[in-house]
Design a protein around this ligand. Structure first.
Ligand code: DAH
Length: 350
């Protein structure tokens, strides 16, 4: 009996070792080959499974050792076969099964976002008047957004209600308008300055079809000797006609901004009804599109520009507003929802 056991044990261990050696070096040319290997070792009558069947006859005191060897062998065999499968599948993808004569899937070309289309058009129009693009950070400090622009300390725009502050620090905030880029340009360049500043701005507004907590503006700034309100009006009339058509008219209404004096708001004749009056312009024939004015001497001085030598004009418009006028998008939220069905409708040269 002891002799028999020892033979059985040796024989079992040797068979396990032999198979363990074999599976270190498996080859297959096809998925069928791999399946054949799986059957050879792991199917019900496969070599590894057979060893498990015989395991029943292994005497109790050897069961632990042989059992461990068997389990290890089974795991290694399964791993070897699935590795082979993975390798084969990878190879197969890059191999001769590829039909290079098949026609390609049509690639859908993306379109520019409507806000980008309109922003690019605004930039393009003003570049013909000599304006160049200037940019500034979206995370700003109080001075560049408010103080340098002549906002009094108690101005409501500085309130938590309107402005997003960052990290509970009242000096770090998200810019509420691109007029902050005026400040940055005036403190870093000498006149003549003629810049256009497109960018995203943030305000603490409840999101609805007509308001959002972020939107886009384009700011314009021109500073030189003898710049007058007439120059401002001329530039804006040119812009309105280029953007909305030759027949477009403008009108300027007195207004107030801390950083301009005098200040105005500009309306254009309603481009939907041609000024006759319709629901879009609420029957008035006019729609407001921007704010503007002569740069307040206080602003020039706080940015280090001599207000006795230089004057300038500035204007700021909302890109969403202009886009709505051009494309009649009724719900502002469409601009940030990334719905392909919406975005696909805008094609442009810009
Ligand atoms: N910053 C103003 C706003 O966000 C827009 C504006 C008005 C900009 C008049 C200007 C300006 O440069 O002159 O509402």
């Amino acid at each position: 009996m002891p002799e028999e056991i020892s033979i059985q044990k040796r024989e079992m261990k040797e068979r396990i070792r032999k198979i363990a050696e074999e599976i270190k070096d498996l080859h297959a040319e096809s998925l069928e080959d791999i399946e054949a290997l799986r059957i050879k070792y792991l199917s019900k009558k496969g070599e590894v499974s057979m060893l498990f069947n015989e395991f029943r006859e292994v005497p109790n005191d050897l069961k632990k050792e042989v059992g461990q060897m068997l389990n290890k062998l089974k795991n290694e065999t399964q791993e070897a076969i699935s590795e082979l499968k993975e390798k084969f599948e990878e190879l197969n993808l890059s191999n001769d099964k590829l039909d290079l004569t098949r026609s390609a899937e049509p690639i859908e070309l993306g379109t520019r976002h409507p806000l980008s289309i309109v922003k690019n058009e605004i930039v393009e129009i003003f570049s013909r008047l000599g304006f160049v693009v200037a940019e500034g950070p979206e995370i700003e400090d109080d001075w560049h957004v408010f103080s340098a622009l002549n906002f009094p300390p108690e101005h409501p725009a500085r309130d938590m209600q309107d402005t997003f502050f960052i990290a509970r620090n009242p000096d770090v905030l998200l810019r509420t308008h691109t007029s902050s880029v005026q400040t940055r340009t005036m403190t870093s360049q000498k006149p003549p300055i003629r810049v256009l500043c497109p960018g995203r701005v943030y305000r603490n507004e409840a999101i609805s079809y007509r308001a959002h907590c972020f939107f886009h503006q384009v700011e314009g700034l021109y500073i030189d000797k003898n710049v007058s309100f007439a120059d401002l009006k001329q530039a804006l009339l040119y812009f309105a006609k280029e953007m909305f058509g030759e027949e477009t008219q403008i009108r300027l209404r007195p207004s107030y901004f801390p950083f301009t004096e005098p200040s105005a708001e500009m309306d254009i004749s309603c481009n939907l009804c041609g000024g006759k009056g319709c629901p879009f312009c609420k029957g008035t024939g006019w729609v407001e599109i921007l704010g503007c004015g002569m740069v307040d001497p206080n602003v020039l001085e706080s940015c280090g520009i001599d207000s006795k030598e230089y004057t300038g004009y500035a204007f700021g418009m909302g890109v969403e507003r202009i886009t709505n006028l051009k494309f009649q998008v009724k719900d502002l939220r469409m601009f940030s929802e990334n719905d392909i069905r919406f975005l696909n409708q805008f094609k442009s040269a810009y």
